[in-house]
Structures are given as C-alpha cells and as structure tokens.
Write a protein that binds this ligand. Structure first.
Ligand code: FAD
Length: 484
C-alpha cells in the first residue's frame, strides 16, 4: 500500500524509539509531549490530505518507480508540470499547517540525490543511482516521512576545516567497514527529524582534497542507535507545555517550526544506504542542487501559505475592530497581497523555468537563479509582512493577557468588556486572532524565515556566481554606439 492512513503513520511512529531531549529532560514518548506532538500532527496531516479525494491532485501523484499512487512528498519531479505541482503543494501544505512542512527538506534532498547519483554513475562509473532508486522505492512503497539534514556546527567561521579545534564539527566518517560506514558528528537546526521515519543526510558544503571523509550522503531510520536529538526550547515551547487548552495558542494543533540538533555518536550506515562517499566534487553539487530546490520551496511556496494566514488574520481583525474604512489598513493589506503574489510568482517562475538536470537523468530541478531569487526576495518580503501585521494588530499583539482570564470569575467580565471593544465579534475571537498575529510577528518566524534554506549571504554568493552583466552592458553600448 503506497499511501498510508494517518493512523498507520501514527502506528509507525509509536514503534520507533528515538532518543530525544528537551529542556534538560529526556522525552520518553514524543506522542505524549505537547511540543514534539505538534510535529507528529503536522506529518500526520500530510497522510490525511493524501487520502482525501478533495486534495488528491495536490498531495499525490503516480510514481515512475512503482507506478503506484504516492504522496507528493516522496516524488522527485520528472517534468516542469511536476515542479509546478510541487510548488502548489508547498503552498497548500503551509497554509493549512501554519508551520513547517517537515517532509519538504527530505523531498528536496531526494531531488538532489537523484540528479547527483545519476551524474556520479555516468562520470565516475559508480553505482549509486540504482542504489538510491531502490531506497526511494522503499520510501514510496512504505510512504515514509523523511527529514533532511545538511546544516552542521562547523568551526569558527573564519577558520578552514583543517584548522578547526575538533574535526567532528562537521559530520565525518570514522571507519569504513565491509558492510558499511561509521560516522560521528552533528547536524543542527534540523526540522522535525525525531518525529519522522527516516533522515537523509547530505554534506553541508563543498569539500576539497584531504576532506574525503566529510564528503558523505546517506539515509538512516530516525531511531538508529547512536543518534541523539536535542530539541530547541523557546518561550513558545514553555507556553505550550503549560497550556491547559491548546486553543489559546497562536497555532493550536501544529505549533511552531520545531527543530533539533541531531548528534551522531558512532552511527553505523550500511552501504546500501550510502549515496556519496569521498567523491569530492559532488559534495558541492549535492548542496547546490539541494539549495536551488529548497530555496524555491522556502522562498516561493511555503511563505506564500504563511502569508495567506497572516493576511486572513489581519482582515478578520480589521472587521472585528471596526477598521474596515481605514484606508491605510486597506493599503497595508494590499501591500501584503502584492508581496505574497511576488513570492508566489518567484516560486512558480522557478518551477516553469526549471529543467532536467543533468540532461538524461530524468530529474527536473527549479531554475537556479530564480530558486535563489525566491528565497532572497522572501527574506525581505516576509519581514515586511510581519511589520505590517504588527501595525494592524495594535499593541495587543504583544500585550495580550492570557485567554485564561476569560475563565477566571475575578477577571472575566473586565476582559470580555474591555478587550471586546464593543464588537459583535466578542473578546474571545478578537483575542484568538490577535494571538495568531502574535504567533507570527513576535515569535520565531521572522528569523526562522531568514535562516531556513540558508542566510541571505548564501543566496547572494550563488547569484554572484550565476549572473553576468555582459548582455546588459552591451545593450547600453549598442544604444549609445560605443565601440571598444
Ligand atoms: C526554522 C529553521 C529550520 C531549519 N531546518 C533545517 C533542516 O531541516 N535541515 C537543515 O539542514 N537545516 C535546517 N535549518 C538550518 C539553516 O539552513 C541554517 O540555519 C542556515 O543555513 C544558517 O546557518 P547557521 O544557522 O549555521 O548560521 P550561520 O552560518 O552561523 O550564520 C549566521 C551569520 O554568519 C554569517 N556567516 C556564516 N558563515 C560565515 C563565514 N564563513 N564567513 C562570514 N560570515 C559567515 C552568515 O551569512 C550569517 O549572516 C533550519 C533553520 C531554521 C531557522
């Protein structure tokens, strides 16, 4: 059965025993902890939608490997149409979750691995491509949730790898055996990995002579022996832990974008799950192909969905608080719409200008310039949307009392009266919608958007590599009849 039910996914997670820590304590069961549970819920929703006839076209497709219907989050794009569908699925998923599409990083590593393993086999005579395809078939047939891990602690930013105080600040092979490799090190900021079935590991950066043991990509079950997850812990985690009623939270069911450190302590990976091992030139290519795909996702698809939620909350509050005739608020909301549509246009253009890369591989990747432009654009656009939403939300965005006051006999009447603003919407609705705006503007999302898929500088570095200005200079010379 290539499409699991939500219940089957939960059963698969119950069987796993990842070693997870949060706030200094071990989490014995990620389904019971209110914070880690949000990640399970977000993944679970992707199974529900795939089996819902209303969303089948968005969330599923037919696999070229198995010829069965599969979840789109396990499908490597085989055409421009697939890339466009991938973009639309990203927006759909994000606007319905209001948090990370935890399966998207894994999906984008699949795109990079498909292209690179094919190319390595062609150029180096390796046999990684059939191995990777076997793995992907396994993922599709079992409808697995797969996280993707690239980011590493690295050493001091101004030091070269050879000068780091500890060689394991990037993930490194410690031993090659007849049946597999053993790795040590750590990945950081990894979205939702402990609540999925598998993790795909790619290098974070290009590697050079002498760094062969860092040039490694592989896949492992999320509860493999030797892996420890150390979760993020934020004010939002604390708030959720002590909430009696999750409806008071800005994103009740799916919560924040949850990440963790993933520590590898002598982790064994069998050869059939290793997709890159020492072929130096391909570490950089794995990262670049991942980056153009993931930057389309982060810049041009999921933030479009997030902006839909923010715009919806602002429109509701405008109505609830009697501000419908305020021209500057209409103007601010319209500006959000323009920013959202610009982000969407970047994502869709990345897809429609995408291409088969490498030619003959079958994998379609987004246009590299537009993938990077998507992310760079959204870094600024999203902050601007947050700024505008903060204005519309008013001071209450950050001064909101607890929703529990509505249940406290000593404060209930005051809060209902004074935070109801005489509106037919009532204090409870006004507070709930304001909490949504608080969740976006005053929490983790601004910085999260900046760094997810790489900070601004990484897109600028890529664009400087890709963009030339000869054509533009020639145009001016031609118009002015300037001859060299
Ligand atoms: C919400 C969220 C979810 C994420 N999910 C994932 C995930 O699922 N998988 C994954 O692999 N990663 C994930 N990431 C990681 C993300 O890709 C990284 O955070 C991002 O690439 C930035 O790396 P960093 O955090 O190490 O920051 P840093 O690299 O420390 O960046 C901080 C600043 O230092 C600058 N800088 C960095 N290196 C240098 C240098 N050598 N010289 C000069 N300046 C430098 C940067 O440009 C930036 O301005 C996630 C991040 C976030 C915030």
């Amino acid at each position: 059965m290539a499409l699991k039910t939500a219940e089957e996914f939960i059963e698969s997670i119950k069987k796993m025993k990842p070693r997870v820590f949060m706030n200094g304590k071990k989490i014995e069961n990620i389904l019971d902890n209110p914070v880690t549970r949000t990640v399970v819920e977000a993944n679970k929703a992707s199974y529900e939608w795939a089996l819902d006839p209303r969303y089948q076209d968005i969330m599923t497709t037919i696999s070229p490997l198995t010829n069965e219907r599969i979840n789109r989050y396990t499908h490597v794009s085989q055409s421009i149409e697939d890339l466009v569908d991938k973009a639309n699925a990203g927006t759909f998923t994000a606007e319905n979750l209001g948090t990370c599409i935890y399966r998207c990083v894994g999906l984008d590593t699949f795109h990079s691995l498909w292209a690179n393993t094919w190319e390595m086999d062609q150029k180096l005579g390796t046999s990684y491509f059939p191995r990777f395809q076997e793995y992907l078939k396994y993922v599709q047939e079992n409808d697995l949730s797969v996280a993707g891990a690239l980011t590493e602690p690295r050493g001091l930013r101004d030091e070269e790898l050879k000068d780091w105080s500890d060689p394991y600040l990037s993930l490194k092979i410690v031993e090659k055996k007849s049946d597999g490799i053993v790795v040590n090190g750590c990945k950081i900021n990894i979205s939702g990995a402990y609540a999925g079935n598998e993790i795909v590991i790619l290098p974070q950066m290009a590697h050079y002579a002498g760094e062969e043991d860092y040039a490694v990509a592989f896949a492992i079950p999320a509860d493999t022996e030797g892996i420890t997850y150390i979760c993020q812990y934020t004010p939002e985690s604390a708030e959720r832990e002590q909430a009696d009623d999750i409806s008071e939270l800005g994103n009740p069911v799916f919560g924040q974008r949850e990440t963790s450190m993933v520590v590898f302590d002598n982790v064994f990976v069998p050869w059939e799950r290793v997709f890159h091992c020492g072929e130096l030139k391909y570490s950089g290519k794995l990262v670049e192909r991942f980056a153009r795909t993931h930057r389309m996702t982060c810049g041009g698809t999921c933030k479009v969905g997030f902006m839909n939620i923010i715009i919806g909350a602002c429109k509701l509050l405008q109505e609830y608080k009697g501000m419908e005739k305020a021209t500057h608020i209409n103007d601010e909301i319209l500006e959000m719409v323009v920013l959202r549509e610009t982000a969407r246009a970047c994502g869709l253009t990345s897809a429609t200008l995408g291409c088969e890369d490498p030619v003959g591989s079958g994998a379609f990747l987004p246009n590299e310039i537009m993938g990077n432009v998507s992310k760079l654009n959204v870094c600024h656009a999203f902050w601007r949307v947050l700024e505008l939403a903060g204005d519309i939300g008013g001071g209450l965005t950050v001064t909101l009392p607890s929703m529990k006051e509505l249940k406290n006999p000593e404060t209930k009447d005051y809060v209902e009266k004074y935070l109801g603003f005489g509106s037919p919407a009532g204090a409870e609705n006004i507070m709930k919608v304001t909490k949504v705006i608080q969740n976006w503007t005053s929490g983790l999302h601004g910085v999260g958007t900046y760094h997810g898929a790489g900070p601004v500088m990484t897109q600028k570095i890529m664009l400087n590599k890709l963009v030339g200005y000869d054509k533009e200079m020639k145009l001016v010379k031609k118009a002015l009849n300037i001859k060299d």
